[in-house]
Design a protein around this ligand. Sequence first.
Ligand SMILES: [Zn+2]
Length: 263
Amino acid sequence: MGGAHLRYVDAHLHLDVRSYEDLEKMALAGIRHVVTCAHDPYPGMTREVYEALYRRLIEIETMRGERAGLKVHVAIGVHPGGIPEDLEGTLETIEKHVEKDEITAIGETGLNAEVTPTARKALEAQLDIAHEYDLPIIVHTPGRNKEEVTREVLKILAEHPIDGELVLVDHASPETAPEIAEEGYAVGLTLRPGELTVEEAADIVENLADGARLVASSDLGSMAADPLALPRLALELERRGVEKATIRAVVHDEAASLYRIRE
Ligand SMILES: [Zn+2]
């Protein structure tokens, strides 16, 4: 096993703020598919800025990926950190791209540490779109107040008609992962220094792999992150003697099935 024989799907990252060399590094390590998600890269996100960001992801990031040897899938949404004044208009833009079949998922959406009525409305509206168009959705949970806000997220999800199979609740911690799994949502193991270490993620895999949908990602973005996060997790799991099928599920199969990625 190891990089040369295992294939990876990185389920959540932000390529638009990363160098071409990072993309190449991922391709060299055996990462074949990545899902680049909308985020809030600028202060004061507006509908126009989101429109430009979505076009960048759909037109430019897919092209950069192709050059580097990565198939880039695109998720677009309204990030809880940058809810635009014209939320309705931004949601219309999202639907336009959905209807043109240009995207793979909605996201990332979710809630930040401060849960405002607007943030809740934005999340619910994006769940409506995912439900209506039968698309997967990436739901962010915050670093601060994680347990409380994750519970809030799970409550909103439970009250929504969306199929749980479509939902990835991201940035799970050792505390929140079991609750997310219990409700039947995919559990996002976002491997970022200071957030979830490779060792902590490996512990979660050892505890929950049986029965839970665990989905690893690097959340490569503006902050400290590791393009090789998935190969590192696979190596750690291999060292611990975890079964190959389980390792493959966490770094490839579950994400491929969530996003309906075919090789
Ligand atoms: Zn992210």
